[in-house]
Design a protein around this ligand. Structure first.
Ligand SMILES: Nc1ncnc2c1ncn2[C@@H]1O[C@H](COP(=O)(O)OP(=O)(O)OP(=O)(O)O)[C@@H](O)[C@H]1O
Ligand SMILES: [Mg+2]
Length: 286
């Protein structure tokens, strides 16, 4: 049952089955890998199982009454179980869907909360993490004493990412960072994701915005009702006629998804389209 040895620093999810209670089987044998230093994307429509996959990696399934039936998650050779402290200690930190910041606390106190349970706990490291966050997100430094609930949606997303970075993650799990944000803010968040990655943090990015996810990531998997339907290099997926038609909202004669897709933040369109072999994925815009 044990998977082959993983490369150092990589995330390896192997044949993962997850259920909520007895009636909802959310993942049916999902496997994927995030090599060290890379950005991997998971795309899929509402209910595909994207958030469930991240919960399995961050050890938070049982908080949502979910259980792993079989399969394994390893990060850097460490088996991750349903224990959030273990995942954080291994260097894996999740930015949850919907941000989940503490609205009545100040920006600074939200960031402080991110440091609790971090792998590195010294004062100097805490200061370095804070400076890194303020460098990436200057607006958080400006608003440090303001109640977090007063921030805009985009700023709250930045705070949620900043809070996660306070824990010094080696792998950051991002759940729909572009959700509900205006195109300009999507573009800023995208460039910050690139910068975080360039600083050495691997990223597992969950998105319904296929243009954004494929432009940012090295590899991508398309989840459909708990199963991986497509998997490969993001550039290859972005070039596939079916993907472009169904998820990127392009006619097949158009240009490729790339920076423009990120700048526009255009969500996948053509939800009504259905193509051979990919029909079920037409629920993309759910
Ligand atoms: N706490 C829960 N209890 C019961 N069922 C759940 C729970 N969380 C998720 N599910 C179910 O598991 C399946 C996968 O849900 P999940 O939230 O992982 O999908 P998703 O791809 O993240 O969707 P979305 O794009 O809407 O965020 C869905 O059928 C959903 O209804
Ligand atoms: Mg989700």
């Amino acid at each position: 049952m044990s998977p082959p040895p993983a490369q150092p620093g990589s995330l390896r999810i192997s044949e993962l089955h997850v259920a909520y209670g007895r009636s909802v089987q959310a993942l049916h044998g999902v496997s994927l890998t995030v090599p060290q230093g890379r950005i991997a994307a998971v795309l899929g429509s509402n209910g595909a199982g994207k958030t469930t996959l991240l919960r399995a990696v961050s050890g938070t399934l049982s908080l949502h009454r979910g259980t792993v039936g079989s399969g394994t998650v390893h990060f850097d050779g460490v088996r991750l179980t349903d224990d959030p402290a273990r995942s954080v200690a291994a260097g894996v930190v999740q930015v949850p869907e919907g941000r989940r910041i503490f609205g009545s606390l100040s920006v600074e106190d939200n960031l402080r909360a991110g440091f609790l349970g971090a792998r590195r706990r010294g004062g100097a490291e805490r200061q370095a993490a804070r400076e890194r966050v303020f460098h990436l997100f200057p607006v958080l430094a400006e608003r440090r004493r303001q109640a977090a609930g007063l921030l805009s949606g985009g700023e709250q997303q930045m705070l949620a990412m900043g809070r996660a970075l306070m824990a010094g993650p080696r792998l950051l799990l991002l759940d729909e960072p572009s959700l509900g944000l205006a195109p300009l803010m999507v573009r800023r968040i995208a460039s910050i994701i690139r910068e975080i990655n360039a600083q050495g943090t691997s990223i597992l990015l969950v998105e319904q915005n296929a243009s954004l996810a494929l432009a940012l990531s090295d590899r991508a998997s398309v989840l459909d009702v708990g199963r991986v339907r497509l998997e490969g290099a993001s550039a290859d997926l972005a070039g596939m006629d079916e993907v472009r038609r169904l998820y990127l909202g392009e006619s097949c004669d158009d240009g490729e998804a790339g920076e423009d897709a990120v700048s526009s933040g255009a969500p996948a369109a053509a939800a009504a389209a259905g193509g051979p072999g990919l029909t079920e994925l037409s629920r993309w815009n759910g």
